[in-house]
Design a protein around this ligand. Structure first.
Ligand code: TRP
Length: 476
């Protein structure tokens, strides 16, 4: 397989595609071992990613080396990954993949998911009600889609407040910068609207989906809580909980789980999540557990039993299937539908075709990385939109739209004018890839160092405090 003919379109069966994937994986490994040209490795990686997308589309399952497709794969007609045309991006809670180097087509996703775009009018309204300059994630379309945010603001205008709910699946100790995006934004929302926040750590979910023990999942939840706390949440307004602990400790929470379970059929979750008959029943009922925190009476210690306090969920768009289900159930069990703010994905260093993965050390910048590791990773692995030689780059300029270093700067560089100037200079060729990477490195290094400093100051007692069910500083 040497060129672009070797993609999934040529494969007629899942087995054939599976074999192509094996061969391509092998090719990538040998190129890397042989320290081949970066461009050659990148091209091979991209083909591999594309084949994976094709495979998922054809079989409804993820490609896994060593797990050939079973004889009886049916072309899933109800999973979110297979609900459209061939060129469709894959976006569900477990997979994000696209064949486009610029990343997922988010406008198309809004149409497909039936959500609404966060337009300038909404950003202006948020500015008006919060009295603060909109966060850079709003100014730059990183939070790009919503459900019912106008209603939340209408009510807020009439002094009806709301609460925030977000979460994290603790699948390992190591969190990367992409994991911080919803938390950075949620912290801003908590500050500007002065409202309570609940954070769900789905240690149960990770136990069900991954090859981990209950103890490991519980421990990762506590470790991740430290990173979350280090984002600066106010202990008087924030409740962090592990499902494994809180489910058993709160009858009210469990009652809501059961109510939700009674109102969603197996058929519905199959349609929404692509579950199959061979998935364990824990997975099948899990969505009810992620839905429950959307209802205020799941937290009587905070909301005193009130069941009608509006919930707003900031999350990455891949979590939307859970909340489509939640919003469908809510009126049928007498609760308000949660509103949502959706973010785009944080791209892997290798390119925007997929999001970062906590299991591939070189795809991400971890919160534990040293300044040197950050520098090396960016220099070695950040996919570049620059030209191959300085001469060509000066002449034709770089492509910021596919350049991962530039994308990362849109997430983390606060100054709009500086960002715009970088884009212009890169596009014109005045700024070289090495120089762009240097700006990113110098942005990330202090940011990560400060995070590490704040995390060090998070004691076990603080974690304990955040995770204790208690009233928060708020009267509804
Ligand atoms: N399922 C999410 C994950 O794996 C964790 C999560 C639970 C979450 N509740 C949420 C994320 C609410 C966003 C909003 O990461």
């Amino acid at each position: 397989m040497t060129d672009c003919q070797a993609d999934g379109e040529g494969a007629n069966s899942p087995m054939e595609l599976y074999e192509k994937l094996n061969a391509q994986g092998e090719k990538v490994r040998s190129l890397k071992t042989a320290k081949a040209e970066k461009a050659e490795i990148d091209a091979a990686v991209q083909l591999l990613l594309k084949l994976k997308v094709d495979y998922k589309q054809m079989t409804g399952n993820d490609y896994k080396a060593g797990c050939p497709p079973s004889e009886n794969v049916v072309m899933s007609d109800n999973g979110p990954a297979a609900d459209g045309a061939d060129d469709e991006d894959t976006v569900d809670p477990w997979n994000v993949a696209t064949s486009n180097a610029k990343g997922v087509d988010y406008d198309k996703l809004i149409v497909r998911f039936g959500s609404s775009k966060i337009d300038q009018e909404l950003v202006d309204r948020i500015e008006k009600f919060s009295g603060q300059r909109p966060h850079r994630f709003l100014r730059r379309g990183i939070f790009f889609s919503h459900r019912d945010m106008h209603q939340v603001l209408d009510a807020y205008e009439k002094s009806k407040s709301f609460y925030l709910y977000t979460g994290r699946g603790p699948s390992s100790e190591a969190m990367h910068v992409g994991h911080l995006i919803p938390f950075i934004f949620t912290k801003w929302l908590q500050d500007v609207f002065d409202i309570p926040l609940v954070i769900q750590l789905t240690d149960d979910e990770k136990y069900l989906w991954k090859d981990l023990t209950l103890e490991e999942c519980r421990r990762f939840a506590v470790e991740n809580a430290k990173d979350i706390i280090a984002c600066g949440f106010d202990v008087n307004k924030t409740f962090i909980f592990s499902d494994l602990d809180y489910m058993g400790a709160s009858p009210e929470f469990y009652r809501n789980v059961v109510k939700i379970q009674k109102h969603v059929t197996f058929n519905q979750v199959k349609g929404i999540f692509g579950f199959t008959d061979s998935d364990c029943i824990g997975k099948i009922s899990f969505p009810a557990i992620q839905a429950a925190p959307s209802f205020s009476n799941s937290f009587p210690q905070i909301f005193g039993g009130k069941k009608d306090i509006q919930c707003l969920i900031p999350c990455a768009i891949d979590q939307d299937p859970y909340f489509r289900m939640t919003r469908d159930v809510a009126p049928r069990i007498g609760y308000p539908k949660p509103a949502l703010l959706h973010s785009t994905f944080f791209p892997a260093l290798q390119g925007a075709q997929t999001k970062m993965s906590a299991s591939d050390a070189n795809s991400s910048i971890f919160l534990t990385d040293t300044p040197k590791q950050i520098k090396n990773k960016v220099n070695k692995h950040a996919f570049s939109g620059g030209k191959d030689t300085v001469e060509e780059h000066r002449k034709y300029g770089g492509n910021a739209d596919v350049d991962v270093s530039f994308m990362y700067l849109t997430f983390f560089l606060e100054d709009d004018e500086q960002l715009e100037k970088i884009k212009q200079d890169y596009t014109s060729g005045a700024l070289l890839t090495g120089e762009l990477k240097k700006i990113l490195i110098e942005t990330l290094q202090p940011m990560i160092a400060q995070h590490q400093e704040r995390r060090k100051q998070v004691t076990d007692e603080m974690v304990q405090q955040f995770m204790t069910p208690r009233p928060l500083n708020f009267n509804f």
